[in-house]
Each structure stands twice: as C-alpha cells, then as structure tokens.
Design a protein around this ligand. Structure first.
Ligand code: PMV
Length: 321
C-alpha cells in the first residue's frame, strides 16, 4: 500500500516574516494567502527498508533529502509513533528552475501523505499544524482559496483556517520570473535577521491590522482594497529586510513595482507583490490578465517568463493498494 497527496502552493497577501519559536515555526504575526491552482506537488509515500527520496524521478541524497527525513522523524515523534523508514516519491509541478519556492506545497503534501499512510485520520486543523512543522507557509496550503494562518503561543494554537475556499472575487496572479538565482539569504536566515530590526514590532502590528483589513476586503468582495493591502504589506516586508542591511529585490523586481503603478494609472487595477526572492507577482482581475501580461512582456522584452494562476483547491490525500 502507498499513500498519495496533492497540495497547491500559495501566495501570501499578508506575509509571514518572523518566528516567535524557530523549532515549532510559530509565527510572530498572522498571515493571509491565496492558494493557487497552477502550481502543486504530488507526493507518494510508503514504508521502506531504508529512507529514500525521489524528486521528479531522480534519487536525491543531499540536503533536500535530509530535510525531508528529519521532518518525517519530527512527525513520528510529534504523533508518538515508533521510528520507521519511508520511500518518498515527489513530483513538483512548480517551475523551480524559474526560481519559484515549492516548500508550501511540498511539506503540505508530505504531511497529508504521512497522515494517510500512518492511518492518523487527521483533522484539517491537525494537518495544518503538522504541515507548519515542515515549512511555515505549508500550514496555509491545507485549504483552498483565501486562507488565514493564526499566530498562537502554543503549537496546537497556530494553524490555518479557511476564509473563502472558493472565492467569488475574480482575483488572478501573474508571476513574473526573471530566472533562477541562488537565494542569498534563506527565508529562515532572513526572518532571523529581520527580528533585529528596530521596526520589527511595527511590522508585527501592521500584519495584524492588515489581516483584519484583508478579511473585510474579501467579505466586501473588494479586489481594489485587497490589492492595496497586499502591495503595502509586501513593501513593508522588503523595507524591513532593508532596515537590516539586506534585500531580495533586484532592479527587475522594482521595475515590476513601477509597472503595476503605471498600469493603475491607465485605469486597470494591478498590484505588486514579491517574496523572499527577486521574482515578482502582479495581482489583477481575471478580465485584465491578458492586458497585464502583454504589458509585462513588453516592459521586460524577453527578460521575463509569465506564469498566470488563480484560486486553487486545498490538499487532497488518498491511499492505493
Ligand atoms: O514558509 P517559508 O519558510 O518558505 O517562508 C515563506 C516566506 C514568504 O514566502 C516570504 C512569505 C509567506 O508568507 O509565504
């Protein structure tokens, strides 16, 4: 028997950036995301004589394999289960070569396949907690559509909840890839450094406020307000890193920021976002996607690859004989 899981990635509209507890991955503030339909990870997990990790058809023995098996052994002890060995076979439908992070979908799929294979019948809340232990943003991939991840002082208190699993808002994301680059500062290290910023407590308060405002914007079906809130939050995250002497932004990321503004000046709602890398994302309404894409392709003249996405579903897991 083997267990399978399929989980989609998500884009944070209010970002998770800072941990209160590194080991438990308890965030310093709540975050809010949109699960995406275009990018996902499919994982097959079964018992095995020895630990083996196959990624996209290729056996992995390095750091990635280490991270997978130390996570699985953390899950075994979290659920008070005896030590076991596994064969993990994952396929990433996330364009990693274009510099996209896949940890959210990867760890959510792994947690769900593990739960299934161990016969744990995990609730969505427990699955979110278990995914969080692998990668913070994975906690949110348990659900589809708009998702809120609560902070929380204890491990069991910090999990994601769905806000609107099938959004009525016609929101789209156009990812702009400027090519893969070796990340200079990992997100773990970036978060650690950011906590030393004199602005960190303001950032934390801003995220709490932004989550409340974003929920209201979703409730009111206001793309305009949600876009403004998420662009402001992304700017604040990158201002925070700069205040600690490092940045993920490149001249391309900043050009994408100007482009969103230019598009707005033409009367089309378009907002910028950027995570812990230089690739940017533009948020727009579904009906404006082609217009925004043409604008981006023209502005970057071949230096960009565009990947459109819209709202996607939560994680799914099943077993097969
Ligand atoms: O889950 P991690 O450790 O990959 O961190 C994700 C950090 C951001 O992508 C920048 C923000 C977020 O909330 O997804």
């Amino acid at each position: 028997m083997a267990s399978f899981a399929l989980a989609h990635t998500n884009l944070a509209l209010v970002k998770y950036w800072g941990k209160e507890n590194e080991k438990l991955r308890l965030p310093s503030a709540p975050s809010l995301s949109l699960t995406l339909d275009a990018f996902y990870t499919k994982t097959k997990l079964s018992f095995s004589k020895e630990d083996r990790f196959v990624l996209d058809g290729k056996e992995e023995k390095g750091k990635e394999a280490q991270r997978v098996f130390s996570y699985l052994s953390a899950l075994l002890s979290f659920f008070r289960l005896p030590p076991s060995h596994f064969l993990v076979d994952s396929q990433n439908f996330v364009p990693k070569s274009a510099g996209f992070a896949s940890s959210a979908s990867a760890f959510c799929a792994l947690a769900a396949a593990f739960g299934k294979e161990m016969g744990l019948s995990l609730s969505k809340r427990e699955l979110s907690v278990a995914s969080r232990l692998g990668s913070g943003s994975a906690a949110r991939s348990v659900f589809g559509g708009f998702v809120l991840w609560k902070e929380g002082r204890e491990s069991e208190e910090s999990f994601a909840v769905p806000i609107e699993e099938k959004p009525s808002m016609p929101i789209c994301v156009l990812y702009l890839s400027f090519g893969a680059e070796k990340k200079k500062v990992s997100s773990t290290e970036g978060m650690r450094l950011s906590k030393t910023s004199p602005f960190f407590s303001a950032w934390r308060q801003e995220c709490r406020k932004a989550c409340k405002e974003a929920r209201k914007a979703i409730e009111d079906n206001s793309f305009e307000r949600l876009g403004q809130i998420s662009e402001r939050n992304a700017c604040q995250m990158h201002a925070l890193t700069l205040s600690c002497g490092f940045s993920y932004l490149s001249s391309y990321s900043l050009k994408a920021f100007d482009l969103a503004k230019e598009i707005r000046e033409e009367g089309v709602s378009c907002y910028w976002s950027c995570d812990a890398g230089s690739n940017a994302a533009l948020l727009c309404r579904k009906e404006d996607l082609n217009f925004v894409r043409e604008k981006a392709e023209r502005a970057f003249e071949g230096a960009v690859s565009c990947f459109p996405a819209s709202s996607g579903p939560g994680v799914e897991a099943w077993s097969e004989d």
